[in-house]
Design a protein around this ligand. Structure first.
Ligand SMILES: [Ca+2]
Ligand SMILES: [Ca+2]
Length: 256
C-alpha cells in the first residue's frame, strides 16, 4: 500500500512539475508580447541589388483568441520598418518542443508600397521565427512596449532554418514583369522578446505578475473614482466600481 502511495505521489509531483514548466499558458494569460530584432542581415537580388544590416525597433503584438491561442497578426511596417505598409499578416504558432514555439507566416499581399526610396510591389512575404521560452524574474518590459510587467523571456533559436523573413516582389510596382523581379532575404537574425505577467483586464492593477491583496486594496481605495486611464479601472469604462472589484476577486491568486 505504501509503495503504491509513493508511486502515486511521485507521479503527481512529476505531473505538477511538468505543468509548472510549461510557460505557454503565461503567454496566453498575458495576451501579448514584445519583441525586437537588434541584429540581422538582408540581401536584395534581381532588379535591385542591395545588402546590409537588418534591425527592427521594438514592437508589441496581441495573441489572437482563435487558433492556438499563440497566433498573432502584424502589419508589414512593424516587421520591416523600411516598408510603410499597413497590410496585416498572420503568424501561426506550433509548439515544436517543450517551451519552443515556432511561428510561421506566408502571405500574398499583392500591394504596391515603398522600400526605402523605391516603389515596390510585394507579391509574397513569408517568415519563420522560433523562440525558446524561459522564466524571467518579474520586471517591467525591458523593450518598453508592454504596459505590464513580464515573467517570460523569449530568445530565438534554430539558426537560419528557424528564423528568416523573405519577400518576393517587383521594383517600381511592375507586377508580373520578370525584368523587375526582386527577392529579399533577411537572415542571421538575433531576436528577443518578453511576455508573461498579467494585464489589468485580469485584475492585476499594479502591473506586477500576480493578482493579490495589493490589487484588491488599490481597487478599494480607488472605488468610486472616475476618469480616463485610471490604473484600477480594469474594464476601461472610466469608473472604478463593483465590476472592477469582481474582476480582482475572480482572478485573485492568479499568477502570470
Ligand atoms: Ca498585482
Ligand atoms: Ca471599470
Amino acid at each position: 500500500m505504501n509503495r503504491w502511495m509513493t508511486i502515486l505521489a511521485c507521479t503527481a509531483s512529476f505531473s505538477a512539475m511538468a505543468l509548472a514548466n510549461d510557460l505557454t499558458p503565461k503567454l496566453v494569460n498575458a495576451g501579448d508580447f514584445s519583441v525586437r530584432i537588434p541584429a540581422g542581415q538582408f540581401t536584395i537580388t534581381g532588379a535591385l541589388n542591395q545588402s546590409g544590416s537588418f534591425t527592427s525597433r521594438g514592437a508589441s503584438f496581441r495573441f489572437l483568441p482563435d487558433g492556438t491561442g499563440l497566433d498573432w497578426k502584424a502589419r508589414i511596417r512593424d516587421l520591416v520598418n523600411a516598408i510603410p505598409s499597413d497590410y496585416e499578416v498572420r503568424f501561426n504558432a506550433t509548439l515544436i518542443a517543450p517551451n519552443v514555439v515556432q511561428w510561421d507566416m506566408d502571405a500574398t499581399p499583392n500591394v504596391c508600397t515603398t522600400l526605402n526610396a523605391f516603389q515596390v510591389y510585394i507579391s509574397r512575404i513569408s517568415a519563420r521565427f522560433t523562440f525558446q521560452l524561459e522564466d524571467y524574474t518579474c520586471a517591467p518590459d525591458p523593450i518598453n512596449r508592454l504596459s505590464h510587467a513580464v515573467s517570460v523571456r523569449m530568445t530565438n533559436v534554430g539558426g537560419n532554418d528557424g528564423n528568416f523573413l523573405r519577400l518576393e516582389g517587383y521594383l517600381f510596382c511592375q507586377a508580373g514583369n520578370s525584368n523587375f523581379r526582386i527577392d529579399a532575404n533577411v537572415f542571421n537574425l538575433t531576436m528577443e522578446g518578453f511576455s508573461g505577467g498579467l494585464p489589468k483586464s485580469l485584475g492585476n492593477v499594479n502591473t506586477d505578475c500576480i493578482v493579490d491583496d495589493a490589487d484588491l486594496l488599490a481597487v478599494l481605495f480607488a472605488f468610486g473614482s472616475s476618469g480616463s486611464n485610471l490604473a484600477e479601472d480594469t474594464n476601461g469604462d472610466e469608473i472604478v466600481d463593483d465590476a472592477d472589484l469582481l474582476t480582482v476577486l475572480f482572478n485573485f491568486g492568479r499568477e502570470g
